[in-house]
Design a protein around this ligand. Structure first.
Ligand code: PEP
Ligand code: MN
Length: 326
């Protein structure tokens, strides 16, 4: 069982009160939003959860029968550097599918920053279905992206494809992305968790919600600072869009599990004409943000060109993010 304690509470007093009703807890782990987690290690007797809830400072209790107690205890906010995702207005994460050159990522970062975008995405290591397709520019692209983001005051989100690259990606990125194809790669999840960084966990294209939450549990139990759950569409029988955006899962994770959810309408649809309406639908369903692939020369993008959106097309999404008409 994990007990979440408010940031203002006196932890010594809370632990004393818990011991008073027969619960011994581990040393507190301070969450990034200031709340503290107490893991119950042993109890002298069967304790009624209402007794725990009555202890001053206790915010929530995640029950032992949950398969993902740390995910349950995480809360809806992810801290990325000095910014919070999930606390106030939803955010836009944008950038190219692939980082192609120093100049390309700086141009795109600059034009996004002019539109107020604080989170820059871009792939250095690309998980392509074909081994003959462009595989990304690798390590040097990490440096180009970091420099562009620093010049524009942005945070970097990029995918880590393999355990070998975790240290290099953690050195350059603020948020480590686990791609759809790697959601079930538990060794990678553990090693990314150990960096203590916030993680954007993409849902595998065939994962159940429970499997997705359990992948989040791998990350958090290995030490990840926080996990944002990214819905990017699931596989289905219909080929008219690249994937099927599961907005039901977005609402479930946002409103029932109270987790930070990011929606990626780019990979969900594979078509630039559907990205804006689905981004707005995602915000209406409760997403804490949307992640959109953007390129200043969309037709020339080295990967995922059909879904690359020109920055000028972001207007309605930016308006919806400001509460205009999500
Ligand atoms: C990406 O975001 O660059 C990507 C490859 O997405 P996914 O893992 O969802 O296919
Ligand atoms: Mn892509």
């Amino acid at each position: 069982m994990i007990i979440t304690v408010s940031r203002a509470a006196d932890l010594g007093q809370v632990r004393k009160a818990l011991a008073g009703i027969g619960l011994w807890v581990s040393p507190p782990e301070r969450r990034e939003d200031g709340e503290a987690l107490l893991v119950v290690q042993s109890s002298s007797t069967q304790v009624d959860v209402e007794q725990i809830r009555a202890v001053q400072g206790v915010v929530s209790i995640s029950r032992p029968d949950s398969t993902h107690p740390r995910v349950d205890a995480q809360g809806p906010v992810a801290q990325v550097g000095k910014n919070s995702i999930g606390r106030e207005a939803p955010v836009l994460i944008a950038g190219p599918c692939s980082v192609e050159s120093r100049e390309q990522i700086l141009r795109i970062a600059t034009t996004l920053r002019e539109r107020g975008v604080l989170y820059l995405r871009g792939g250095a290591f690309k998980p392509r279905s074909s081994p003959y397709a462009f595989q990304g520019k690798g390590s040097e692209a990490l440096g180009w992206m970091r420099d562009a983001a620093d010049a524009c005051g942005q945070s970097v989100i990029t995918e880590v494809l393999s355990e070998h690259d975790v240290a290099a990606v953690a050195e350059h990125a603020d948020v480590l992305q686990i791609g759809s194809r790697n959601m079930h790669n538990y060794a990678l999840l553990k090693s990314v968790g150990k960096t203590s960084r916030p993680v954007l966990l993409k849902r595998s294209m065939s994962a159940t919600v429970e499997e997705w939450l359990l992948a989040g549990e791998y990350l958090l139990s290995s030490g990840a600072g926080s996990v944002m759950f990214c819905e990017r569409g699931v596989r289905t029988f219909d080929e008219s869009t690249r994937n099927l955006l599961d907005l039901g899962a977005v609402a479930l994770l946002s409103h029932v599990h109270k987790l930070p959810v990011i929606v990626d309408p780019s990979h969900a649809t594979g078509r630039r004409d559907l990205i804006v309406p689905l981004a707005r639908a995602a915000l209406a369903a409760g997403a804490a943000g949307v992640m959109i692939e953007v390129h200043d020369k969309p037709e020339q993008a080295e990967s995922d060109a059909p879904q690359a959106l020109h920055p000028d097309a972001l207007g309605p999404v930016l308006q919806a993010l400001r509460g205009g008409d999500a």
